[in-house]
Unconditional design. Structure first.
Lengths: 464, 368
């Protein structure tokens, strides 16, 4: 198809030089090749579509020779021309459409919420219902709720910032979702700062910046996730600036998320910064223990896992971010399926022990009194009946090595010492050695009951 | 070429043909009218390449010939001449017109550059009933969209279905549907430019019109012995599914006096902003509110018969007015689902006619 159109374009270029501009635009400009049928190696029939019979008649009567010569010259074949009346599909597409609200309205019965969410680019599982609220995110939640109830008027723009995994995106999407749900035909668009940037670049490349502008500037609610990505890119910022102004002028809502407040985003254009600051800036802090419990309860319910509240508290106490919670739950689920065990407190204990970044000693797990590393060393030596000197020295008998690894594990996981510190205490060992030792025990715990018993025993002696 | 005929006859023909002459074409020949002598009659012909017209006139023919004359100059000239006999002679590309004391010469261009405007109706022609177009023009035509919108919206859809003919026009904001109980033997859905329907109604003025469709050339021909109008047919494939948007399950029904509403609307229009007028229906009353910070405010109450909940809804007053003008009876009926969905407008006297208007979204409407 493209080849035919290129051929036709070349032919028309030839024609263009022999006729006046007015003649060309009236008779030739909207014609196109419908199809080419080869008749013989050096002959072919070319069907030419014309928008009306006036044009096909005139071309046939007056410009047949001109077109044929042009085609013959380019294809090096003898061309037989047939003119038919047909609308040019390539021409029709370029015509811009104007609004026709009667046919653009969303008919509730035939248009489901899910379709509308997908059209807006919104992930479907983020809602206000599954967003847990506590002190760290209360303000942000209240602001988002106000925006959802009165988009474009309450706080515009709404700028939500916070660290990794605290729920910025969740909140922004839930707001947009709420607006879609309550006001059926609101035009909502969700995209990340990076998607926005890629789209601009593509628009510039394909020369469709007008379409791009139209798409974004007709939107009633725009959600830009991780807006900090556009910083330091002058053209993207420029376009975003104009988009921002156009949207805000039309009274539409803008919601942005970022990992830092506008003031701290490096290389952000000043005029954008001042605009971001014009609305409401709210931050979401790291979730506290209670919030993590609440999030876990929601997630447990979603995944239909039956967990007692004690286990939930236990998990929440050893995991520090909501995303890690999600990961932990998935791991828990797969472990129980894999080993064909029901989820018990034991399994959770094992898993929490196994997790990197466990936080037992600080998060009120009953291990209140301070124990020094030296104390731990003597306890472990006692337990395995090995001399303290030997454990620090370089002997590598099996019992000695095992005792040493258990010691490393306890120092690392329970005492939270750094790998270097542990290596230093244990006779200036390399930190990779320590890492290996901790890993070894980590591997053994879920499978070997002995090792687990040993560690529990030592812990009991140390912390009671 | 040498002919003589009456000015009254010629000006009628030229004025009609002139409406089909392209005024903004870059190509000079399209702003000309073709005068051609065939079989003892004059054929006047004009086209803009989308539609065209052939108009035959009787005349006293001395010598055959054909020329293309600049349309504007010809119209202006002939209409300034006194009624009575005029003579047209062409020699070496110069047209000489003599009438009474005036002698006019106009340079012309050769007629063989003039595009061919078909005028042979095919054998399978359909006779359109005399009053068919009248109701369509009155109730449907005004709803069609202008040039600037989607191409489909510039047309009037004729859809033969069972024993009725459904005629539809929309501009994307409002919609008219007329169901006629005639079994026209159309080859299928036809989308004819609204402008042409209007012209045909004017030209043939309630006399019988024959219609035929040339599928190869994708054009429709309308005509009788003296006049044939040719028009391209639009692609009906892309016509939106209009039946989908006709609201079902009405919550509010209003019956109002047409004239009273028309008069009140006229007042509201003065103070409307961006053509918007708010209608507040409650307790068998309709309050028409229009507010414009520049001109002032207006609030008028008229009695209506209300069934269902109270409702506040805004419309473009011109659309309401257009509808009211299309109603033949003295009462009008409005049906609404809510203030976001299109309103259904009905002429209780004519159940074959349905009109739809999309409300304007306003802040008041949103919050209520």
């Amino acid at each position: 198809m493209d080849e035919q159109q290129t051929l036709w374009k070349q032919t028309l270029e030839v024609v263009k030089v022999s006729v006046s501009a007015a003649t060309f635009s009236t008779w030739f400009s909207q014609t196109f090749i419908v199809k080419i049928t080869p008749a013989a190696p050096d002959r072919q029939t070319v069907e030419i579509g014309c928008p009306s019979s006036y044009i096909s008649n005139t071309l046939e009567k007056r410009y047949f020779g001109l077109l044929q010569d042009g085609l013959n010259q380019i294809t090096k074949k003898t061309n037989n021309l047939i003119f038919i009346v047909k609308q040019n599909p390539f021409f029709a597409k370029t015509k811009t459409e104007i609004a026709s609200p009667l046919f653009n309205q969303t008919i509730p019965s035939s248009d489901h919420l899910k379709d509308r969410l997908i059209r807006a680019g919104l992930p479907i599982h983020f809602t206000f219902e599954n967003f847990a609220v506590s002190g760290s995110n209360q303000l942000a939640w209240a602001a988002a709720n106000a925006v959802a109830k009165n988009p474009g008027h309450a706080y515009n723009p709404l700028f939500i910032w916070g660290g990794v995994g605290v729920g910025k995106t969740h909140l922004a999407i839930a707001t947009a979702r709420e607006i879609i749900t309550s006001l059926n035909d609101t035009k909502v668009l969700y995209c990340t700062g990076e998607e926005f940037m890629v789209e601009i670049i593509n628009a510039i490349r394909t020369k469709t910046t007008n379409d791009f502008k139209k798409k974004y500037r007709n939107i009633e609610v725009l959600v830009i996730d991780d807006v900090q990505f556009i910083a330091g890119k002058p053209t993207v910022q420029e376009e975003f600036f104009h988009t921002f102004n156009a949207i805000q002028k039309a009274g539409s809502q803008i919601i942005m998320t970022s990992d830092m407040p506008p003031n701290d985003i490096p290389k952000l254009a000043d005029r954008l910064r001042s605009r971001f600051e014009a609305g409401l800036i709210v931050d979401i802090g790291q979730p506290d223990f209670e919030l993590l419990c609440a999030i876990l309860l929601i997630k447990v319910k979603e995944k239909e896992i039956d967990l007692p509240i004690e286990s939930i508290q236990k998990i929440a106490s050893c995991v520090d971010s909501p995303r890690a919670l999600e990961g932990f739950l998935i791991k828990l689920q797969s472990q129980s399926k894999l080993l064909n065990n029901p989820i018990t407190e034991e399994l959770i204990n094992k898993m929490t022990g196994q997790k990197e970044g466990v936080n037992n000693s600080t998060n009120g797990n009953g291990q209140s009194h301070q124990v020094s590393p030296q104390e731990v060393i003597s306890r472990v030596c006692n337990y395995f009946s090995v001399p303290k000197k030997a454990i620090i020295a370089h002997g590598r008998t099996k019992t000695l090595a095992h005792a040493r690894q258990v010691l490393m594990y306890i120092l690392r996981v329970e005492m939270k010492l750094s790998l270097e510190e542990i290596g230093h205490i244990l006779g200036d060992r390399d930190h990779t050695t320590v890492l290996y030792g901790v890993g070894k025990i980590n591997e053994l715990i879920p499978t070997s009951g002995d090792v687990e018993q040993q560690i529990l025993g030592i812990k009991k002696q140390l912390w009671g | 070429m040498q002919i003589s005929l009456l000015q009254e006859e010629l000006i009628k023909g030229i004025n009609t043909v002139y409406r089909f002459v392209s005024t903004k074409s870059q190509l000079p020949i399209l702003s000309h009218i073709l005068i051609s002598i065939e079989k003892g009659r004059i054929r006047l012909c004009g086209t803009n390449l989308e539609s065209g017209i052939n108009y035959w006139l009787g005349a006293k023919v001395e010598e055959d010939g054909q020329i293309a004359v600049p349309a504007k100059i010809l119209v202006d000239t002939i209409s300034s001449l006194k009624p009575g006999k005029i003579e047209l002679t062409e020699k070496e590309g110069i047209l000489t017109i003599s009438s009474g004391n005036s002698l006019i010469t106009i340079p012309t261009i050769p007629a063989n550059d003039f595009p061919q405007v078909d005028y042979e109706l095919s054998k399978q022609k359909i006779v359109l009933p005399k009053n068919l177009l009248e109701s369509i023009v009155h109730q449907v035509l005004f709803t069609a969209g202008g040039e600037e919108g989607r191409v489909e919206f510039t047309g009037v859809l004729f859809w033969p279905r069972d024993k009725e003919l459904v005629v539809v026009a929309t501009d994307g904001v409002r919609l008219s549907v007329k169901r006629l109980t005639t079994s026209l033997d159309l080859p299928g859905k036809m989308l004819i430019p609204a402008k042409i329907i209007g012209e045909i109604n004017k030209i043939f003025n309630n006399s019988e019109v024959k219609f035929s469709f040339d599928e190869d050339k994708n054009q429709a021909l309308f005509g009788n012995e003296d006049i044939v109008v040719v028009s391209k047919v639009l692609d009906s494939e892309k016509y939106p599914d209009f039946e989908r948007i006709i609201p079902q399950g009405v919550n509010v029904t209003i019956l109002a006096d047409k004239e009273e509403l028309q008069n009140t609307l006229k007042l509201s229009a003065i103070f409307s902003r961006d053509y918007g007028v708010r209608l507040e229906f409650a307790n068998n009353e309709c309050v028409l509110v229009s507010e414009n910070p520049q001109t002032g405010t207006q609030k008028s109450t008229i009695p209506v018969k209300l069934e269902g909940d109270s409702l506040i809804i805004s419309f473009n007053w011109r659309f309401l007015n257009d509808f009211l003008n299309s109603v033949s009876g003295s009462e009008v009926e409005f049906k609404f689902v809510n203030n976001m969905s299109p309103g259904l407008f009905i002429d209780p006297k004519d159940k074959t006619y349905t009109h739809l208007i999309m409300p304007i979204r306003t802040n008041e409407a949103e919050s209520s």
